[in-house]
Design a protein around this ligand. Structure first.
Ligand SMILES: Nc1ncnc2c1ncn2[C@@H]1O[C@H](COP(=O)(O)OP(=O)(O)OP(=O)(O)O)[C@@H](O)[C@H]1O
Ligand SMILES: [Mg+2]
Length: 275
């Protein structure tokens, strides 16, 4: 089967211009990373702050150009530099960011936020745009009455649902989720993760899921890639990576993560109750 996304040796350098007192420099944010994601699967990308996860996310979403390497979506080569990227190609990959407050325009109503991608990328008439947005609100667990409200009138979890709805308006093949639940309370995190999982089944979506939370990754990933200073130091199925990590960084990362032993907590509570 052709993977939905194939990345071959992706490289991204940032050039930071110098000033009178400072020399210019280059940051090698991503240093040649390759991976594939099949339809309906989730690739989780983990790694410490600054290792290049968001940079990779922006390249995959075609927001940022690649410095070198290539990317194929549904087997078709993406050439963002050539400026010839069709709206069809762009709409295939959508992104959801960590902070839905920052990514939703506070001056726009939810209805306008949801219909905007259709206005920009399609010729769908206004009435149908509205119907589609209403339908999508329900799909993400919101209500029709939310259509006319502003982002500040929602909770963090609801705002993230709006961001997910917006990302789905153009029927993408791939969603890039950059720490989508990290800013939410634990109970709300679980709800949003369940929603993502339901939507993945319903729309046959493929996910690239960036997270620093290993318990979340264990829960949602099919494959896992561990990044370290711009390189993929580990890449394999979830069980492979979790059960027998190869690289010393991954071993340290896993060892440093406290495991919540639910059974032990429950046993302790039982003992207390009896005492
Ligand atoms: N626009 C930019 N210009 C210059 N350097 C950048 C730019 N964006 C990112 N970088 C640098 O590239 C490296 C990778 O950053 P990136 O944001 O991809 O990391 P990250 O893994 O997403 O981190 P975090 O977990 O904190 O979100 C960092 O050293 C960062 O400072
Ligand atoms: Mg980031």
């Amino acid at each position: 089967m052709t993977p939905v996304l194939e990345a071959r040796n992706l490289v991204r350098d940032y050039h930071i211009p110098g000033s009178l007192l400072k020399k210019s420099k280059t940051v090698n944010a991503v240093k040649g990373v390759s991976f594939k994601v099949e339809e309906g699967k989730t690739l989780a990308i983990v790694g410490e702050s600054g290792c290049g996860k968001s940079t990779l996310a922006r390249m995959v979403t075609m927001i940022d150009p690649v410095t070198a390497g290539e990317m194929l979506i549904d087997g078709q080569k993406v050439d963002i530099a050539a400026d010839g990227l069709s709206p069809e190609m762009r709409s295939k990959v959508q992104i959801v960011f960590q902070n839905p407050y920052g990514s939703l325009n506070p001056r726009k109503k939810i209805g306008d936020i949801l219909t905007e991608p259709l206005v920009i990328n399609t010729k769908i008439p206004a009435g149908e745009r509205r119907d589609r947005a209403m339908a999508m609100l329900k799909k993400v667990g919101l209500e029709e009455k939310h259509y006319a409200r502003y982002p500040h009138m929602f909770s963090g979890g609801q705002r993230q649902r709006v961001a997910i709805a917006r990302a789905l308006m153009l029927n993408p093949r791939l969603l890039v989720l950059d720490e989508p639940v990290s800013a939410l309370d634990l109970s709300v995190q679980a709800q949003v993760l369940n929603l993502l999982s339901d939507l993945q089944d319903e729309f046959h979506l493929t996910y690239v899921f960036i997270s620093h939370d290993l318990s979340v990754v264990r829960h949602i990933a099919d494959d896992v890639m561990v990044m370290y200073f711009g390189e993929a130091v580990e890449y394999g199925s979830r069980d492979q990576v979790f059960d027998s990590p190869q690289h010393s960084y991954t071993k340290t990362l896993f060892a440093a993560t406290p495991r919540v032993d639910v059974a032990a907590i429950q046993a302790r509570l039982e003992r207390r109750k009896r005492a």
